[in-house]
Write a protein that binds this ligand. Structure first.
Ligand SMILES: Nc1ncnc2c1ncn2[C@@H]1O[C@H](COP(=O)(O)OP(=O)(O)OP(=O)(O)O)[C@@H](O)[C@H]1O
Ligand SMILES: O=P(O)(O)OC[C@H]1O[C@H](OP(=O)(O)OP(=O)(O)O)[C@H](O)[C@@H]1O
Length: 232
């Protein structure tokens, strides 16, 4: 067996991940045609490249089908229950920064904080007979964050994309989504709660705790760690 390294196969993290490894002497490349998800590794012995969607890498790490994987720290926290028991973060990669935030309509002048949201949620329920809806694809992270913050009177509605549009479309009153430049929020007349940052995400190299770590994989990991200048 060789050490399996899972890397995003496309999307915003792929190229930067390839560049990051290349700068440290490990050349990752896609082989075959543009549409074929096959990869090659040069510069590190006993390492096999597995190209996967960023969102699937947490599950593959947890299942032990890959030994190492690069993905957003938000995706690992969202997709894995008790993530720290299943994977370990080896190093942050310095790119893929994005904040998971809670935002409400800009015209809600009385709502700036989570406490305000809690009050607005209670008032909303009394006025409308149903709970204030928050659209998101980050169910686990948002639920945990709002529980900690003492906000209870809301309902999560699932939104797998174009989440900022749900408020205008009247399928939600508030949203929880990733932002980087803030442009999508501004364009959709939304504002971030001042204490509404759920998680600051960054591309991160994770190690599986559940994969089979035989002598060959351990030796390959030691070599990779030396090249990447990682300590335990
Ligand atoms: N606007 C953004 N700017 C920077 N990073 C982002 C942004 N949106 C999402 N991300 C981050 O990119 C990572 C990958 O996101 P995602 O799974 O949506 O894949 P993607 O890059 O959009 O590719 P795909 O086309 O496969 O959906 C996540 O960790 C997320 O935090
Ligand atoms: O702060 P900004 O720079 O405007 O970026 C934020 C947007 O980027 C992401 O969407 P993505 O492009 O992945 O599309 P999606 O709606 O399919 O998630 C995210 O879901 C926001 O909608």
């Amino acid at each position: 067996m060789s050490l399996k390294l899972g890397v995003p196969s496309k999307g915003r993290l792929m190229e930067k991940t390839f560049d990051w490894f290349a700068a440290r002497g490990i050349t990752l490349s896609r082989t075959g045609s543009d549409r074929e998800y096959a990869g090659a590794v040069e510069g590190a012995e006993g390492v096999e490249l597995v190209l996967l969607a960023a969102g699937e890498i947490p599950r593959e790490l947890a299942a032990g089908r890959i030994h190492l994987g690069v993905t957003g720290s938000d995706l690992v926290r969202e997709k894995l229950a008790a993530w720290e028991r299943q994977v370990g973060a080896l190093t942050r990669l310095g790119f893929g920064h994005a904040d998971l935030i809670i935002a409400v309509p800009r015209f809600w002048v009385d709502v700036e904080t989570l406490d305000d949201l809690d009050a607005a949620a209670a008032a909303f329920r009394a006025a409308h007979g149903h709970r204030l809806r928050i659209a998101t694809k980050y169910h686990r992270l948002v639920r945990d964050f709002l529980r900690e913050a003492g906000v209870a009177d809301y309902a999560l509605v699932d939104s797998q994309g174009a989440t900022e549009g749900t408020v205008k479309n009247e399928t939600a009153e508030a949203i929880a989504d990733i932002t980087s430049t803030g442009e999508t929020l501004r364009a959709n007349h939304l504002k971030i709660l001042t204490d509404g940052c759920v998680h600051r995400s960054e591309a991160t190299l994770f190690k599986s705790r559940n994969a089979a770590w035989g002598d060959r994989e351990v030796a390959a990991l030691e070599q990779v760690k030396r090249m990447l200048e990682l300590r335990d």
